[in-house]
Design a protein around this ligand. Sequence first.
Ligand code: ADP
Ligand code: MG
Ligand code: MG
Length: 250
Amino acid sequence: MLEVKDLHVTVEGSEILKGLTLTINAGEVHAIMGPNGAGKSTLSAVIAGKDGYEVTQGSITFEGQDVLEMEIEERARAGLLLGFQYPVEIPGVKNIYLLKAALNAKREAEGLGEIPAPEFMKLIKEKVASMKMDTSFLQRAVNEGFSGGEKKRNEILQMLVLEPRLAMLDEIDSGLDIDAMKVVADGVNSLRAEDRAILLVTHYQRLLDYIVPDRVHVLVDGRIVKSGDAALALELESRGYDWVQEESAA
Ligand code: ADP
Ligand code: MG
Ligand code: MG
């Protein structure tokens, strides 16, 4: 589904990704782990098409399409969706309007019409309930006065409503207490589907107790230096990242 090959990315003149290669198949959940500053967020941002990243070498393809040739909106329409690590506040814009606008943009790209209001309300109520959120949440301005946990839930809510093909979640666990993390993890698990892949960026293993990945990749200094199954995450938890770095340098 997604193929990243020998990706080199420069941010403000310094090379951050230094030949990163990664393949993600439909139906799989992949976790990208690694020390701070390794380039994890850069990877998901480049796939999503955020500004400020210069690809100097390599390729990204999504179902055979050249992602690097696509504008950020085209990528979103193709189903490449990145949640926000530190979601921004959008004063005055109600959450529910943003969700509906995003869903209708997606439906338009699929040749469907606008979602009928009753159908939308049914869908949104069901998803809000599944995230153990209160419906009053929908009437609040996007992220205005949201707690950290509410922002994270909102991020998963967006994913549940928009049903992306590749859902990229960056540090979805940061700042969450255990109960909120379980809700968020349940939401992510309910996103699992045969025709969808999930890319989880996480610094800590904790989240992976609840979302068991098919593959775990260790990103160090701009490259994936080791890949394995869920057991690798546990090994990283007990041994840290240094040994992987030493092993890969040897
Ligand atoms: P990670 O998510 O693994 O912690 P990032 O991808 O956020 O790492 O960052 C990788 C490196 O790129 C870091 O050294 C960081 O300081 C640098 N970097 C990231 N974004 C920018 C930016 N917008 N401007 C300058 N440097 C950046
Ligand atoms: Mg190279
Ligand atoms: Mg990061």
